[in-house]
Design a protein around this ligand. Structure first.
Ligand SMILES: NC(=O)c1ccc[n+]([C@@H]2O[C@H](COP(=O)([O-])OP(=O)(O)OC[C@H]3O[C@@H](n4cnc5c(N)ncnc54)[C@H](OP(=O)(O)O)[C@@H]3O)[C@@H](O)[C@H]2O)c1
Length: 239
């Protein structure tokens, strides 16, 4: 009894913001497997998507950009894993990021997800086709009020400028499938190791959860790719 109380007291807690999405649910699974206590934030209407974890997580229903919801959810947490999405035109991503930056414990590890299109230092190399497609798709999505890619960019720049213990994990194209292991990463899009541009979603989540305990990733924006992809394997043979 005393042992289990001590164990409970030492158990680290993480808050998963956007827990009901595909990436979010994989993160919940990985976090529980590693023995973390989990606070989960998701929209009220999506709470049922987390039924499989009932009794093992604490749910904080609400929009992820609701500052009061985030304030309550991150309280007492040693880490925050956040899915940054650009949906809607109400500054969803930047509101979510700002609330986490404002309310998480100063020593907490903050790990955010986004895509390769985010650049921290302008040293990433993108094809012209990619940049044009991003511009056009971004404009159309905003025009139909579906999503605001610029706001995801804004959110990440706020994170980069903060002096918290953040990591921004930049994902490639994603696919479903069984885990292949921890993705490999590089500092800049365009680096040869990333050329395959594909990661299993379950492994994107694994990278996010492992980043909680990896201090080398503090204030880094790793771009990831599956460890079994052609470019990752070719790079490992060369080195
Ligand atoms: N998909 C890709 O190919 C890709 C590639 C690179 C990086 N990423 C990054 O991976 C992360 C998530 O990807 P995913 O594929 O796992 O996404 P997902 O399953 O679609 O989940 C996205 C999240 O967005 C929420 N959401 C959906 N519609 C919303 C709306 N209208 N308003 C507010 N919230 C809404 C979902 O909550 P509900 O459960 O409540 O709907 C969920 O938490 C993001 O950070 C994304 O930038 C994705």
């Amino acid at each position: 009894m005393i042992f289990s109380i001590q164990l409970w007291c030492r158990m680290k807690k993480v808050c998963i913001v956007g827990a009901s999405g595909k990436l979010g649910r994989y993160m919940v699974r990985h976090a529980l497997d590693r023995g973390y206590g989990v606070h989960a934030v998701c929209r009220e209407r999506s709470a049922a998507k987390l039924d499989e974890f009932k009794g093992r997580i604490t749910l904080f229903p609400g929009h992820t950009c609701d500052r009061e919801v985030i304030k309550n959810a991150v309280e007492g947490c040693d880490g925050v894993l956040a899915v940054l999405v650009p949906w809607g035109v109400n500054r969803y991503a930047s509101g979510t990021a700002q609330a986490i930056l404002d309310y998480a414990r100063p020593a907490a590890r903050l790990v955010f997800s986004c895509g390769w299109h985010i650049t921290r230092d302008g040293q990433d190399v993108y094809s012209r086709t990619f940049l044009s497609a991003l511009k056009i798709v971004g404009w159309i999505m905003r025009f139909v009020r579906f999503a605001e890619i610029d706001d995801q960019v804004r959110a990440c720049h706020r994170i980069f400028a903060s002096n918290t213990r953040w990591t921004v994990v930049r994902g490639s194209d994603l696919e479903e499938g069984e885990s292949q292991g921890l993705p490999v990463w590089s500092k800049h899009v365009g680096d040869p190791i990333l050329a395959s541009n594909l990661t299993r979603r379950v492994d994107f989540a694994l990278f996010m959860v492992e980043a909680l305990e990896n201090d080398d990733l503090i204030q880094q924006a790793p771009a990831i790719v599956g460890c079994k992809t052609r470019s990752a394997l070719a790079f490992n043979m060369d080195t």
